[in-house]
Design a protein around this ligand. Structure first.
Ligand SMILES: Nc1ncnc2c1ncn2[C@@H]1O[C@H](COP(=O)(O)OP(=O)(O)OP(=O)(O)O)[C@@H](O)[C@H]1O
Ligand SMILES: [Mg+2]
Length: 240
């Protein structure tokens, strides 16, 4: 039996009020089953990051219902919400959102510090394991996050998203600023995580090539879903 992890019912999102208000998401309806790998594709300004913020419970819609793990977000208290964000969802933000002045290792350890069950030494081991798993240049783990290349920053952002073993990964343009080889590496990492560990992946992109690495494609334009279909030619990414 498939299990719904995400369900959006008639979601609408407005920015601003009154005559300056902007209707960023319009009657969004879709659901996601556990273990799916979905790409949400649309041009710049179509509402992708707005959608990611709502799906990740970082922001709320103005109307409609959003269910995460079958629970209405509007009925969760702030404790439940932060718990679900920390333990269930791994975020890869469009602009990385690393702490620039903090070293790489501590950036990746950060999501683990809220997990009191994991001993300090263990946290470091886990962070190192995930940095290695994304082929980070391990000679740079003590560098400040703003002292490494964009491709390396992206790997740190992905390692940080994965350390808590989330059941859902939300990645906003995770290959946006990368050369094609590093981009392929990132896509392959997501495909592997999805196939081997059953992690639900929602990949946000403006790029057809990137979207083709997913099994299902949702197209969004001017805040509306225009298409939602199974990708018949999922591109298996090979890279090293
Ligand atoms: N805080 C805000 N206040 C007002 N308008 C906003 C705000 N955030 C986004 N918007 C507007 O909402 C629309 C959707 O923005 P969003 O960031 O979701 O687009 P996007 O698809 O992620 O674009 P990109 O590909 O450039 O990242 C845009 O027209 C944007 O200008
Ligand atoms: Mg965006």
């Amino acid at each position: 039996m498939s299990e719904k992890v995400i369900e959006c019912i008639n979601l609408n999102k407005y920015y601003g009020k009154g005559s300056n208000s902007f209707h960023a998401l319009k009657d969004i309806n879709f659901f996601v089953n556990r273990g799916e790998f979905i790409a949400i594709i649309g041009p710049s300004g179509s509402g992708k990051s707005t959608m990611m913020n709502i799906l990740g419970a970082l922001d709320t819609a103005n109307s409609g219902d959003y269910f995460l793990n079958n629970k209405n977000i509007s009925e969760m208290d702030s404790g439940e919400l932060s718990n679900i964000r920390q333990k269930e969802i791994g975020f890869v933000f469009q602009s990385f959102n690393l702490l620039g002045k903090t070293n790489v290792l501590n950036n990746v350890i950060l999501p683990l510090i809220y997990n009191t069950q994991i001993h300090i030494k263990e946290r470091k081991k886990i962070a190192l394991k995930f940095l290695e798993s994304v082929s980070f240049d391990m000679t740079k783990i003590k560098n400040k996050a703003n002292e490494i290349s964009g491709g390396q920053m992206q790997r740190v952002a992905i390692a940080r998203a994965l350390v808590n073993s989330p059941s859902i990964v939300l990645a906003d343009e995770p290959t946006g600023n990368l050369d094609s080889k590093t981009g392929d590496f990132v896509l392959k990492t997501f495909q592997k995580l999805n196939k081997d560990e059953g992690v639900t992946i929602i990949l946000i992109t403006h790029d057809e090539y990137v979207a083709n690495s997913a099994d299902r494609i949702i197209r969004i334009k001017d805040g509306m879903i225009t298409e939602d279909y199974k990708n018949q030619k999922t591109k298996k990414i090979f890279s090293n």
